[in-house]
Write a protein of this length. Structure first.
Length: 200
């Protein structure tokens, strides 16, 4: 055991020496740019590890996502957020054939979710879009949205609709950049300020 510790210490020391020899000729600005680039590479590699799967909305992972989503809305909305006062997306509504829940995973941990509620007339509503802060900026929200669109299209949905609150500027930006057009209110969601739709 002591031999392994000594070998590990030797490898660590040689690794540090190699890193120092690579960085030594660089100016401070070059070192800063290298560190920044390494951070970008790390985030991109992390993004590549994210997996999106259909999840049982009654599972522990789904419950974690919903709790986290509700807690964030409660802190960001001007009036707070009470899920019992919002239009429902109950567990039974997120199981096929009535709906579907997608969860984004990173290293076996849930890091985001999005759901579909299927309606009549070839349309569906997007619900419960949420991504944890630690992976924001990695494209996980856009990936979830794309997967929801593909899932809806495979089930014959022609039009997707959603509503959102004005406090969620990044979500509004995502929907607009993904081709969602603002429309008149299609429901009476008390926390909504914007309603969008997209024809698939």
């Amino acid at each position: 055991m002591r031999c392994r510790s000594a070998e590990r210490a030797l490898l660590d020391r040689r690794s540090d020496e190699l890193a120092e020899s690579v960085l030594a000729p660089l100016r401070e600005t070059q070192r800063s740019r290298l560190v920044e680039a390494m951070g970008v590479v790390e985030r991109l590699l992390t993004a590549g590890l994210v997996d999106v799967t259909i999840e049982n909305p009654a599972s522990a992972a789904a419950a974690f996502c919903f709790r986290s989503y509700f807690a964030e809305l409660d802190t960001r909305f001007e009036t707070g957020f009470d899920p019992t006062l919002s239009n429902p997306a109950d567990v039974a509504e997120l199981v096929e054939p009535r709906g579907v829940l997608l969860v984004a995973w990173l290293r076996h941990e849930p890091v985001g979710c999005g759901a579909l509620k299927f309606g009549d007339g070839g349309h569906a509503e997007i619900k419960r879009m949420w991504v944890t802060r630690s992976v924001r900026g990695l494209g996980v929200g856009r990936r979830l949205l794309s997967e929801l669109e593909r899932t809806a299209s495979r089930r014959g949905v022609a039009t997707l609709r959603l509503e959102t609150n004005r406090a969620l500027g990044e979500a509004i930006g995502l929907y607009r950049s993904a081709g969602y057009a603002e429309m008149e209110a299609f429901n009476d969601e008390r926390y909504a300020h914007h309603w969008f739709e997209k024809h698939l």
